[in-house]
Ligand binder design. Sequence first.
Ligand SMILES: C[S@@+](CC[C@H](N)C(=O)[O-])C[C@H]1O[C@@H](n2cnc3c(N)ncnc32)[C@H](O)[C@@H]1O
Length: 292
Amino acid sequence: MRKGTETSSFGVSARIGHNADKFYQSNLYKGIELTEETDFTINRLNTDITNKIFFHSSESMIELPNNSVHLMITSPPYNVTKEYDENLTLQQYLSLIERVMKETYRVLINGGRACINIANVGRKPYIPLTDYINQIMTEIGFNNRGQIIWDKAASAGGSCAWGSWQSASNPSLRDVHEYILVYSKGSLKRVKGVDTISKIVFLEWTKSIWKMNTESARRVNHPAPFPEELPHRLINLYSFENDVVLDPFMGSGTTAIAAIKNGRRFVGYDISEEYIKIANNRIACVSNSLFK
Ligand SMILES: C[S@@+](CC[C@H](N)C(=O)[O-])C[C@H]1O[C@@H](n2cnc3c(N)ncnc32)[C@H](O)[C@@H]1O
């Protein structure tokens, strides 16, 4: 009989009949365990709750019962003095993220996924928001599924913030990437539903670097939209047809649009009436063209 390969100490390469037991039983994994959830109840959302954006803070998602959402995709405010940012201290900012992510945990089903698009900010010193948020997510109980690097290089503007020009005096890194942090609540597996992903894109999107152009703020009338391609990929990779996709920081409605186009339902929150209006207009345009 052919012997299965083992995980090498340098990571994982292509193989058949791979056996990773030795790796997961090694000292590296001592004290590191998956959080298990025993409640597999799914509370189906009524149609008067889905396909809506609620106008209040997602720190309290009172409209949503426990275990009712299959996938959360969001890009929170980065607290970098954008129009909608509240100039919070780092601690206040992280507390806001923690409150919203605790609510997200409550409303996700066992096996539901959470994907957070976030960048690190500043230079003097660099603030690794990804590290802090990852810590918060782990403390809440989310199981870490990995990180996607969003390579924005192709559409990144020619930022000149390189510090000392052509000199080792004080060169500064110019980030042309952001992150998508991926988590599961409880079970890593979902009970199978109707998949909507092709073989070719599955092979491509399970790789951890995604090249995607940025979205124009002017085009969608919001200061910090992500491109539709971002929720489009996450929805097809991490959810089944007719699932409910939550965005607790909905902005111009990009997650909702990707959800509708991919045969999912959405629910969202934003504290700006103006952005909700913009989102609802975009959603109506898409719905009209799809369902007329
Ligand atoms: C980075 S933007 C999201 C952009 C969105 N992904 C898009 O494509 O348009 C963050 C949004 O969060 C909203 N926001 C800030 N604090 C909030 C809170 N506590 N609850 C809900 N929304 C909030 C802001 O008004 C802003 O529209």
